[in-house]
Design a protein around this ligand. Structure first.
Ligand SMILES: C[S@@+](CC[C@H](N)C(=O)[O-])C[C@H]1O[C@@H](n2cnc3c(N)ncnc32)[C@H](O)[C@@H]1O
Length: 403
């Protein structure tokens, strides 16, 4: 059973939700031209329009098992003038697709309604071509806090959580995205929290998020909660009143969504069907692969040459050891290109050790005029990729507020 229902207000709520979190959700989600993307549980098409618009060269296949919702989605996508979306009336657990039919999948606010999210994720994984990706977006009602705080407002929210649980879902699933993806067999998924912070300086969000996305959702379970006797009418109504109180001029509301992305672990040096999350990330991947390969070659070559020539006791013994370490670093830089966000500390190490290395060579160039030329070339060759990586490196995304 779908706990939110399929009524007019729920449709408007999903739209408000999509509008309020559009940058948060779609700001770094792009799929390359020519790729086939499966949207699971598209509902009324609130996310489908953004998917189709943001990836005009991709072919989106959106499905849902609720025919009324699907009809709305079809009308919405037609009104948006999109021609790269096709719809399908289907159930996730009985899909008519062959294995490896899609380059990418997109799942938004669906797992929270399933009693078997791991099975769902496994099924979706089978549909992905090698090198494909999954993008999952879920909320977590346990992350809602607000000012003025109110114990009875939390009790009203708990009714929604309880009813969703009784229906087989999990309204606090966001915090479990990482273990769910890992248990479903996705390697090294990258999950980031996406915080929505709302106060009077963002009146659009007060209306679209605090009021229409969150409070309406909790308010909608009133009759069911009363029928199930998990709360009395007066307490529930007071809780809802306190949630609306957070929309007043001194009110504050905060909520955390979670976005999980997993890309194939294969390494592609050429054109690959990887999810292009942004041009900046693509550039970062190119720099990582180039720098990694050059580092490997530049260090393996002298290492092999030295051993082939036969090591002499008079020659230094430190250089071969350093070549080995740098060659290994090069391999890891190439591996980091698969999912740079998961390798932030390795990238930081490569950047700062290169800056230190370049600084030492610059000092040596000052003190050794006879070797100044080659040392300055070394400074440039070491510092340039480090600067590029420094500029492109993924920033830590612990809080990403919409505004
Ligand atoms: C909260 S809505 C989200 C809709 C849309 N993804 C969005 O973000 O606006 C969840 C949707 O998942 C759909 N759904 C749930 N279980 C499904 C299943 N087994 N097969 C297909 N669709 C399903 C529901 O019908 C509903 O439209």
């Amino acid at each position: 059973m779908y706990v939110h229902g399929y009524g007019e207000r729920e449709s408007e709520r999903l739209l408000a939700q999509a509008a309020s979190v559009v940058r948060l959700l779609h700001g770094d989600t792009r799929f390359p031209p020519g790729s086939r993307v499966l949207e699971v549980g598209c509902g009324t098409g609130a996310q489908t329009v953004s998917l189709g618009r943001n990836s005009p060269g991709a072919q989106i296949v959106a499905f849902d098992h609720a025919i009324a919702a699907l009809a709305r989605a079809i009308a919405r996508v037609a009104a948006a003038g999109l021609s790269n979306v096709e719809f399908l009336h289907a159930d996730l657990f009985a899909l008519p697709f062959d294995a490896e039919s899609f380059d990418h999948t997109f799942i938004c606010f669906v797992l929270e309604h399933l009693s078997n999210p791991i099975t769902a994720l496994r099924l979706v994984k089978q549909l992905l071509k090698p090198g494909g990706s999954v993008t999952v977006f879920e909320g977590d009602h346990g992350s809602a806090y607000f000012h003025p705080d109110s114990e009875i407002a939390h009790r009203a929210i708990a009714c929604q959580v309880e009813l969703q649980q009784r229906a087989g879902g999990n309204a606090c699933i966001g915090r479990q995205l990482y273990p769910l993806l890992a248990q479903a067999g996705y390697e090294a998924p990258c999950v980031t929290p996406r915080v929505v912070y709302v106060d009077a300086t963002t009146p659009d969000l007060v209306d679209s998020f605090t009021r229409k996305t969150f409070t309406w959702m909790v308010e909608a379970v009133r009759e069911e909660a009363l029928a199930a006797r998990i709360i009395d009418a007066a307490t529930f109504d007071a809780g809802i009143r306190d949630l609306y109180r957070a929309t007043e001029s001194d009110g504050v509301f905060c909520y955390t969504f979670f976005k999980g992305v997993q890309q194939s672990q294969r390494i592609y040096l050429g054109r690959a069907p990887m999810a292009v999350t942004s041009k900046r990330e693509r550039a970062l991947q190119v720099v990582l692969v180039l720098w990694g390969v050059l580092t490997v070659v530049a260090n393996v070559y002298p290492l092999v040459t030295a051993f082939l020539a036969g090591l002499r006791p008079t020659a230094g013994t430190t250089a071969p050891m350093f070549w080995t370490m740098y060659a290994t670093l090069g391999v890891f830089l190439v591996l980091a290109a698969r999912n740079p966000s998961a390798y932030r500390s390795l990238i930081a190490f490569a950047v700062w050790s290169s800056f230190a290395h370049a600084a030492v060579m610059a000092l040596m160039a000052i003190q050794l005029p006879t070797r100044r030329g080659e040392l300055l070339v070394g400074v440039a060759v070491t510092a340039l990729p480090a600067v590029l990586l420094f500029v492109l490196a993924p920033r830590k995304e612990t809080a990403l507020a919409t505004s």
